[in-house]
Ligand binder design. Structure first.
Ligand code: 13P
Ligand code: SF4
Length: 350
């Protein structure tokens, strides 16, 4: 039995600078990455845990708990490596709805784990990083949305999955970045409220004759990409295709070659005849790209594109979650029931 799951921490990554007073990691208290050892170690106060051993412990606990590990494409490399399924929001929602395991370990942010809990109320859904949230999902609440709906009584309401369960519960249907246009086109209403991402709403409006009423929310990571980023990276990599996420601003989308969900980008890079890509989304996706199409060269549109909430999950937290069967995500049935209708209606759109 290896101890150290509970308080161990991830190694230094993604260029975040941590300054140390001296080179002796074991004298430090609490959660700090250990960068002074030749291979991947985690430590707690006085306890060293080698990453391979941690992985083995996770695999053993997974078996014991009849668990499946789902990870979003933005997760840190070692979490993607231990996951059974790595994907975008739509793929992970479909997996959560169809897998038979008793326990789902969701390596992502809260709305993703909530979606899994809504779809599978009989399963135990664990979110290893309890504080991993999506700031965009917090930009609209159910009460505010109902006020907007009262101004447009004939409009359908499409909730991006990046919303709380309460917002989903007062929406007609959900969507993800992979299916937003199809979802909007599946509706009979000619007016459609899209919450909370204004950029996704405006992207969808390019492909439909319906009147799209956007909520003015945005992703704090994708909002920071600029046309200047695209010009700079194109100048550095003139043969590369520019792929961006629909959460990017319209002026950035105008400069791109293609717009895709995160898994859509990976699929496109793997199948396109192009050999080089500039990737306009969170940089965690570069790991999936290098795994799935190692022969292609992928450059980040900006190396500042880091979602700190997606980086809160690490192997020690996954291990601790499986050991303690916490933190669990549960959605009260009075909210889950209408939210489930909106999510399942989305999953039925093909
Ligand atoms: P995808 O569904 O494309 O993976 O996007 C999720 C997300 O949070 C993007 O910021
Ligand atoms: Fe939310 Fe943006 Fe992070 Fe995605 S990248 S989880 S939309 S804050």
């Amino acid at each position: 039995m290896i101890h150290g799951c509970e308080h161990a921490v991830t190694r230094l990554r993604l260029g975040i600078k941590v300054h140390y007073n001296n080179g002796v990691s074991h004298t430090r208290q609490g959660r700090e990455p250990c960068i002074f050892l030749p291979c991947r170690f985690y430590y707690t106060v006085g306890i060293m845990v080698e990453e391979g051993a941690l992985r083995e412990q996770i695999l053993a606990l997974k078996e014991e708990r009849d668990a499946v590990i789902l990870a979003h494409n933005y997760q840190v490399d070692e979490v993607q490596e231990i996951a059974d399924i790595v994907g975008d929001s739509l793929e992970l929602s479909r997996a959560a709805a169809s897998l038979e395991h008793a326990t789902i370990v969701f390596c992502g942010v809260d709305f993703m784990a909530e979606t899994a809990a809504i779809l599978s109320p009989e399963k135990t859904v664990l979110l290893p990083a309890a504080d991993a949230c999506c700031p965009m999902a917090e930009m609209v609440n159910a009460g505010e949305l109902e006020v907007l709906c009262s101004r447009f009584p004939d409009a359908a309401v499409v909730a991006y999955v990046n919303t709380t369960a309460e917002v989903k519960a007062v929406s007609d249907i959900c969507c993800t970045s992979a299916n937003a246009v199809k979802v909007v086109e599946s509706l009979s209403e000619t007016q459609v409220i899209v919450v909370p991402d204004r950029n996704l709403a405006r992207y969808v409006a390019r492909f439909t004759t319906k009147e799209i009423i956007p909520w003015e929310g945005y992703c704090i990571v994708h909002e920071r990409f600029t046309p200047e980023d695209v010009r700079r990276e194109r100048a550095l990599h003139p043969s590369a295709e520019v792929l961006v996420h629909p959460e990017c601003r319209p002026d950035v989308i105008d400069c791109a070659d293609h717009v895709f969900s995160t898994s859509g980008m990976i699929q496109h890079a793997c199948t396109s005849p192009s050999g080089e890509f500039i990737i306009g989304t969170e940089i965690g996706i570069l790991h999936g790209l290098s795994r799935k199409c190692p022969e292609k060269r992928c450059y980040p549109l900006s190396n500042r594109a880091i979602c700190i909430n997606m980086k809160k999950t690490d192997l020690p937290k996954v291990c601790a979650a499986l050991e303690r069967m916490e933190p669990q995500i549960r959605v009260p049935e009075r909210t889950a029931e209408p939210a489930r209708r909106a999510i399942e209606r989305m999953l039925a759109v093909r």
